[in-house]
Write a protein that binds this ligand. Structure first.
Ligand code: SF4
Length: 63
């Protein structure tokens, strides 16, 4: 699965990292979420929940 975070939209709320820490990390300096391991989506299955819980719809998933 291909996972992307639109850094223009991201407000750094941390929801995605809370839900799916194997995949997302909010960078302390930029304050934006980054994808650290998109392949982990397939193993831990939390990327859909992270996408649904992003308040600004900054996360996109592609099969
Ligand atoms: S849930 Fe959305 S807005 Fe919040 S840190 Fe993640 S990508 Fe950014």
């Amino acid at each position: 699965m291909n996972v992307r975070v639109d850094e223009e939209l991201c407000i750094g709320c941390g929801n995605c990292e809370d839900i799916c820490p194997a995949v997302f990390h909010v960078d302390e300096i930029s304050g934006k979420s980054q994808v650290i391991d998109s392949e982990a989506c397939e193993f831990v299955g939390c990327c859909e929940a992270a996408e649904e819980n992003c308040p600004v719809e900054a996360i996109s998933l592609e099969e």
